[in-house]
Design a protein around this ligand. Structure first.
Ligand code: PLP
Length: 398
């Protein structure tokens, strides 16, 4: 008799985006003449950079020629040309990462879920509340106990190091989805020290690092000691518009270790490589060539233009909430605005949709501390962002 992995029975219904979709569909059916502005889902709207498209076209042409055709990639960890480009990118903001510590992935979602495979069921996993839902779901699926670190208005929506609580795995995300909060070097150092004291491993999701424009850390490896306690997961989805193209990278330092019941020590990098060798056959060559182009001088310039475009949207949004005197985080160093809606998040969702035809994401969908808060993204077009802010002002101006 086939037995289910009981972890799947412990998952909560994926209520959030299904419920949003249902409500929006019903509204549109009932009000076909009222145009909706979607500021809910974190998908991008700007196209791939020209030099990325060119690199992909060239690579696609190579695939059609016998001499340059590529089949399986040997290691499945990514071609050397892309891993070198990623290492060079890290170097550009002062972080040293070796090419054989870099694993090219099909995105940050896969790896932030998959990484939990190599950690035993007896690990206690700490996730901030609110958080990107993948961290909780993938650990529940793998039968691990999940505990929460509160991130609240009082802490600027950055989770703070708990006192007297022990944990083995810690998920951190900065710039944060959904709250837009960004760790300072001091805050991140506290987490690194806590992880080192507890022999815990931090899974650091830096999917939005490219949106940082001040001296906040772009990588956890900018913090002393992090190479002994952290894995970093990155993505080209928001950095370079790869949400549909799919490419990211994960950095596992050579120094990082974990243990068995008897205290024997293992290399995390070796075990992750073993896991990937069995379960992953790599990212398409054409996509990796496109990703390589992102890190070229032209690519960095062209992708920065899209980031600047989104950040100008974020500025317009921040300005609106500042003028309305509404508390918010994000908008600076982050494409998300997380604001206080002063009522249950779902009630505000309904009010904004039916009153002003703007769709956002109720904060409670990311954790209990998100109730009374609401997320809007800066990924829409300029025109829609300006129109949405006009409608928000009409709704919320006193
Ligand atoms: N991590 C965070 C914090 C995200 O917000 C997202 C996407 O919204 C992802 C990871 C997923 O990234 P990818 O498209 O690379 O899978």
């Amino acid at each position: 008799m086939a037995k289910i992995n009981k972890g799947f029975l412990n998952l909560k219904e994926n209520y959030l985006f299904i419920e949003i979709g249902r409500k929006v569909r019903e509204y549109v059916e009932a009000n076909p003449d009222k145009p909706i502005i979607r500021m809910g889902i974190g998908d991008v709207t700007q196209p791939l950079a020209p030099c990325v498209v060119e690199a992909m076209q060239k690579a696609a042409a190579e695939m059609g020629v016998k001499e340059t055709f590529k089949g399986y990639e040997d290691s499945g960890r990514g071609y050397d040309f892309l891993r070198s480009a990623v290492a060079g990118y890290y170097k550009s903001f002062g972080v040293d990462v070796e090419t054989d510590e870099i694993f090219i992935s099909d995105g940050a979602k896969s790896d932030s879920g998959n990484i939990t495979d190599i950690f035993g069921e007896d690990n206690i996993v700490m996730v901030s509340d609110p958080a990107y839902p993948v961290y909780v779901d993938s650990n529940i699926m793998n039968n691990k106990q999940v505990i929460f670190a509160d991130a609240t208005e009082q802490t600027g929506f950055a989770p703070v190091v708990p006192s007297g609580v022990k944990t083995d795995l810690i998920y951190l995300c900065s710039p944060n989805n959904p709250t837009g909060a960004v760790f300072t070097k001091e805050q991140l150092t506290d987490w690194v020290n806590y992880a080192l004291e507890n022999k815990a491993v931090i899974i650091y999701d830096a999917a939005y690092e490219a949106f940082i424009s001040d001296d906040s850390p772009r990588s956890i490896f900018a913090v002393e000691g992090a190479r002994r306690c952290a894995i970093e997961i990155c993505s080209l989805s928001k950095t370079a518009g790869f949400t549909g193209t799919r490419c990211g990278y994960t950095v596992v330092p050579k120094e990082l270790e974990f243990y068995d019941d008897k205290g024997a020590v293992y290399s995390v990098l070796k075990i992750w490589a073993r896991r990937q060798g069995s379960k992953f056959n790599g990212v398409p060559y054409v996509i990796q060539r496109g990703a390589e182009a992102v890190f070229s001088p032209d690519g960095l310039k062209q992708t920065k233009e899209a980031i600047d475009y989104y950040m100008e949207n974020a500025r317009i949004m921040s300005e609106t909430f500042s003028e309305l005197n509404i508390s918010y985080t994000g908008g600076k160093n982050s494409p998300y605005i997380w604001f206080k809606c002063n009522m249950p998040s779902w009630d505000f969702f309904d009010m904004l949709l039916s009153g002003k035809q703007v769709v956002g994401t109720p904060g409670v969908g990311f954790g209990k501390n998100g109730d009374g808060w609401f997320r809007l993204t800066a990924f829409n077009t300029r025109e829609n962002t300006i129109e949405a802010m006009k409608r928000v002002r009409e709704l919320l101006a006193k």
